[in-house]
Design a protein around this ligand. Structure first.
Ligand code: FRU
Length: 507
């Protein structure tokens, strides 16, 4: 008997059984009412912000604010998931647990290639997590120094983590809101740079080794939106026509353009110490109610991929899901675009989403005229829709998804007020919170005569990317029954292109 062969065969059988078992578990776990089928959500229990996003050795890591004991916010842990393609996710064991210094709030992960921290070796760099330790006891006692920055490292590609014995590494100077460190290697200055949310501004710090931090500058006290506290910054370079600009993302809660949480951005220059914006205009990466605390993956070269939390602090704890609560957006590719004399950030679904497209249905004018319910051709959510008008002037239009329970979600363009909208007034359950905003608007920024419109619709979320991702709206919804009708109302514009792509479940 060839023991080796038997062992290999045994392993194959075991692998087949375990992948079958995994599929069976997923079939139960990931198919509850309202569970997104094309978006990441935790296996069970609560999530908010995406954290520690970094690409390393062919794997995209996603850590996330997680409370594993309830479907509401609580003592924060870092959950962990990995993906090879940004679309299919595998949840891993919890990466960071609360400890005597407090809960593990948002932060980032870097790969310390030069072993500046000394946690790894030259050939075997450490992954280093930089996060906020939030001390709930300190907060209760009325102290103002209960948020401090700490670090932890992993020598096994993110599987297990060791907290640094001398935490915290950046102590609170007396600012109540002092959190969400996002760190990157600033090669031109041979140092690490941290963007930190410090109440009503972003403070930049630098470090040679991730342990000793020096304040560089403050930004934003008099700029942008200030209807709430600033959170979750991210600073990164992006090129436009070969020229480098720096983009600073800043989440704000409340004070978003449609109420509650939202993420604004600034485009400008960064010299390793100061960020200088090139325009004073307040700009939003997404105007919708449900895209918050989003940041980008580190280590992806010139490509910048963003992921947000599909929630709003106004009602995220109350949405009517049962075993799990909240999901992330579709990962989005970021670019810069010159429009109306200013530089704007665009975001569109990553091309990897094509991996789960099951078929492409091109709907021509004839089919559209004939078939009032295009949905009968699709028969399922999730789906990606792309719609392009060829027109001399963009007029009103709308796309309506509805069901047999008389519920309807409408998304469209209002020409009179030059704005896109999502109307969730009749989209499903919305009595779970008084703060649920049924309508959301995004101004049209594009001056182009053609208009294109891309929608990613999942079981309980819609993401609109209009004009190549210049005006975006993301919203969650909770219908009694799945939508099974789709109609397009168009005020006489020529549809150049309407494409419908059903998406396969990622679970
Ligand atoms: C943003 C945020 C962060 C904080 C985390 C706590 O949604 O409030 O500022 O680190 O959530 O869960």
């Amino acid at each position: 008997m060839d023991i080796k062969k038997v062992l290999i065969a045994g392993c194959i059988v075991l692998a087949a059984i375990s992948s079958k078992a995994q599929k069976a578990t997923n079939a139960k776990l990931y198919h509850e009412p309202y569970r997104p089928q094309a978006h990441f959500s935790p296996k069970t229990m609560w999530t908010n912000d995406p954290n520690g996003m970094v690409y390393y050795k062919g794997t995209y890591h996603l850590f996330f604010q997680h409370y594993p004991k309830a479907t509401v916010w609580g003592p924060m842990h870092w959950g962990h998931a990995v993906s090879k393609d940004l679309i299919h996710w595998k949840q891993m064991p919890i990466a960071l647990y609360p400890d005597k210094l407090g809960y593990i709030f948002s932060g980032s992960v870097v790969v310390d290639e030069n072993n500046t921290s000394g946690f790894g070796t030259k050939g075997k760099p450490a992954m280093v997590a930089i996060f906020t330790h939030h001390d709930p006891k300190g907060e209760k006692s009325g102290s103002s120094v209960f948020q401090n920055q700490s670090i932890a490292y992993s020598l096994d590609e993110g599987a297990t983590w060791t907290k640094y014995a001398a935490n915290p590494v950046l102590k609170n100077p007396g600012i109540k809101d002092f959190r969400d460190p996002k760190v990157f290697w600033y090669a031109a200055g041979n140092k690490w740079v941290m963007s930190l949310a410090t109440k009503d501004r972003i403070t930049f710090y630098s470090s040679p080794n991730l342990k000793d931090w020096k304040k560089e500058s403050d930004f934003g006290q008099m700029l942008g939106a200030h209807g709430g506290v600033w959170e979750c910054p991210d600073l990164f370079p992006l090129k436009l026509n070969g020229k480098e600009y720096w983009v600073l993302l800043v989440s704000i809660n409340p004070g978003g353009p449609n109420g509650g949480s939202a993420t604004q951005y600034f485009v400008g220059h960064f010299d390793g110490s100061k960020f200088i914006p090139s325009s004073n205009q307040t700009k939003w990466i997404d105007f919708g109610p449900d895209n918050y605390a989003g940041v980008t993956w580190g280590n992806t070269g010139n490509r910048k991929v963003f992921l947000g939390w599909m929630g709003n602090w106004f009602y995220a704890n109350d949405v009517p899901t049962l075993k799990w609560r909240n999901a992330m957006t579709i990962p989005r590719e970021l670019s810069l675009k010159l429009t109306a004399g200013d530089i704007w950030l665009t975001s569109t679904p990553v091309e990897e989403l094509d991996k789960i497209v099951t078929k492409t249905i091109k709907v021509d004018a004839e089919l559209l005229a004939k078939n009032n319910n295009i949905f009968s051709v699709i028969k399922q959510t999730p789906t990606q829709y792309t719609l392009k008008f060829n027109t001399k002037a963009v007029k009103d239009y709308s796309v309506m998804l509805s069901n047999d329970a008389g519920e309807a979600l409408v998304v469209g363009y209002d020409a009179k007020n030059s704005r896109y909208y999502i109307d969730r007034t009749k989209a499903g359950q919305n009595k779970f919170s008084k703060q649920f905003m049924p309508k959301a608007y995004a101004p049209r920024l594009s001056t182009s005569l053609t208009s294109d419109f891309e929608l990613v619709v999942d079981v309980s979320s819609i993401e609109l990317f209009a004009d190549g991702g210049l005006s975006n709206l993301t919203g969650v919804f909770f219908p009694k029954k799945p939508y099974n009708r789709l109609s397009i109302i168009n005020n006489g514009m020529e549809i150049e292109h309407l494409q419908i792509q059903p998406l396969k479940s990622i679970w």
